[in-house]
Design a protein around this ligand. Structure first.
Ligand code: SF4
Ligand code: SF4
Length: 57
């Protein structure tokens, strides 16, 4: 499951673009993750330039 540090997220839109299951959605000013979709692949953590995403196992 991915957790989002909202204070670090710059809403750049990179992570929704790499998520293979569309678990990340960038709403107007807030990134949200759908925990039921997320497979824990970690691709979004790798692509985030600000370290806003953490993978918890
Ligand atoms: S860990 Fe993988 S499946 Fe989960 S939100 Fe990130 S890119 Fe999507
Ligand atoms: S890649 Fe990082 S900074 Fe960009 S929208 Fe996702 S969490 Fe926010």
């Amino acid at each position: 499951m991915i957790t989002i540090k909202q204070q670090l997220c710059g809403q750049c839109g990179l992570c929704p673009g790499v998520c293979p299951v569309q678990a990340l959605v960038l709403h107007a000013w807030v990134l949200e993750v759908d925990g039921k979709k997320c497979t824990g692949c970690g691709q979004c953590v790798t692509v985030c330039p600000t370290g806003a995403l953490t993978l918890k196992t």
